[in-house]
Write a protein that binds this ligand. Structure first.
Ligand SMILES: Nc1ncnc2c1ncn2[C@@H]1O[C@H](COP(=O)(O)OP(=O)(O)OP(=O)(O)O)[C@@H](O)[C@H]1O
Length: 245
């Protein structure tokens, strides 16, 4: 088998509906998708079109009603709850809009904690946690708790926590929407760098148009399906205007 040809993520004819009383709403309607390893893929589309639901199904957080979902060549529908938790622990990182940090833990502890669950030795965990916090520029903030950090710094802790696990798959759901322009840009740059330098497959749901220029691929969803799928062109460096030099 040619392993490199195996998509990092694959959905085939995925359906998902939610029921509220007697009303059933179809959120994913026969959606198929294949994501290559090491790419930053951005999913956009109108509010309520099913972006977060797709992300959570592809990451094994919730099951599809029908269809097949594979991650790293592993069919997720064949895994029981424990095996899914293990798969997520070993291979996935998550970054959410609301940071999802523990109020009582320092930045360093937030990052080191999951490494303990991975069974890493204490010294290795410390090295990895520190390296990840340094990579996101928080070397001087490691011993602060969330209440003492800005929104941008909290999101960088969440990125460091995901990064330290060295996951093959990184899922980000609206990672910039609670941040100001400068911090949002910093987070975007980091996601881009993680895909480029660490070879991580990054799947990001976002309304933020600044992310488009950094994505390798842009998927637009509407009504539970993928409406448009395009590769984003490489960035063109603008020539200075008003001069022939
Ligand atoms: N657990 C749930 N129970 C019931 N309905 C749900 C559930 N999760 C999502 N939905 C519904 O499914 C639809 C799609 O939700 P989803 O969060 O995937 O959309 P989205 O495209 O990410 O939206 P947004 O951009 O506003 O975050 C919405 O109508 C939402 O109310």
């Amino acid at each position: 088998m040619n392993v490199s040809a195996t998509p990092a993520l694959e959905a085939r004819d995925v359906h998902k509906s939610f029921r509220a009383g007697r009303i059933v709403s179809t959120v994913l309607d026969g959606l198929s998708l294949s994501v290559d390893a090491g790419e930053l893929t951005l999913i956009c589309g109108p509010s309520g079109c099913g972006k977060s639901t797709l992300l959570s199904i592809l990451s094994g957080l919730q099951p599809a009603d029908a269809g097949q979902v594979s991650a790293l060549g592993q069919p997720l529908d064949g895994l029981d709850k424990r095996a899914l938790e293990r798969f997520r622990l070993l291979h996935t990182g998550f970054v959410f809009q609301g940071f999802n940090l523990f109020p009582a833990l320092t930045a360093y502890e937030q990052v080191a904690l999951p490494l303990g669950y991975l069974g890493l030795k204490r010294d290795t965990a410390r090295e990895r946690a520190e390296a990840a916090l340094i990579e996101v520029g928080l070397q001087s903030r490691m011993h602060l708790r969330p209440a003492e950090l800005s929104g941008g710094e909290k999101q960088r802790v969440a990125i460091a926590r995901a990064l330290a696990k060295e996951p093959a798959l990184l899922f980000a759901d609206e990672p910039t929407s609670s941040l100001d322009a400068a911090n949002g840009q910093m987070v975007i740059d980091m996601l881009h760098r993680i895909a480029r330098h660490h070879g991580t497959t990054v799947l990001c749901v976002s309304h933020d148009p600044r992310l488009i220029g950094h994505a390798d691929r842009l998927l637009t969803m509407e009504d539970g399906r993928i409406l448009e799928d395009r590769r984003t062109p490489p960035k063109v460096v603008a020539k200075p205007t008003g001069t022939s030099r």
